[in-house]
Design a protein around this ligand. Sequence first.
Ligand code: PGA
Length: 262
Amino acid sequence: MEDEGQGAATGRRTLIGTSWKMNLVPSEAAAYLDALVPAVRDVLDRDLFVLPAFPALATVRERLTGSNVAWGAQDVHPEDRGAHTGDVAAPMLADLGCGYVEVGHAERRRDHAEGPGLVARKVGAILRWGMRPIVCVGETRRADPATTATALVGDLDTILGGVTAADLPRVIVAYEPGWAIGEGAAAASPEEAAAVHLGLRVWLDALAPEGRSVRIIYGGSVSPANAGPLLGRPAVDGLFVGRHALDPLVFAAIARTGIRRT
Ligand code: PGA
């Protein structure tokens, strides 16, 4: 078994981001970023991102261009263009400067019956257009970490099956246990999250040498209180924050967790 500390030596940069989900109209997004950008300006030892809803993307691009915070989208259609009313294609997101696109979130699997085959096609579109897919995987019911990791590896095997070794370093995996997401839920313990991450890490590392560059971030009730202990685990390469990041200064506090000044 790979020990948890080994991954930290591979130079994966810490990644901390938030999805606003279906929150913040464009004018609220502008005010949010006016508070966030100065509060994280000196956070240079890690990568940061925000994922607004589609209507706020142009505003977010305007506010974040030239800053140290990247932006992206919460979903994408697998095809590049065509008769798909209401959908948004990867070239549109790339044109808006998106660096990241989230796919496979538990809420999309629940609300839109998305499965791993469709998520795999979305990953293909994101990579084709030069962006980074954030692939969310997670169990609905809490189980022991080894059982969970085995199930999630099955999901990832389908989702990442078509990804070339050269493209792997752009992939981000987000471990998001369904039972830990949303109002009233509690985060996985750092030990539990680390154990699942380690199971995924072993599989990714065995895929190809480039698999070692894939970052595995944790999401599900991340808050300023648990961000430190979670990030303190070498198997946890970053954090994906939901409702607690709807306040820009709380997100800034989480983004600054364990900051190193050089
Ligand atoms: P939450 O959402 O932080 O509100 O639990 C996390 C997520 O869905 O990524």
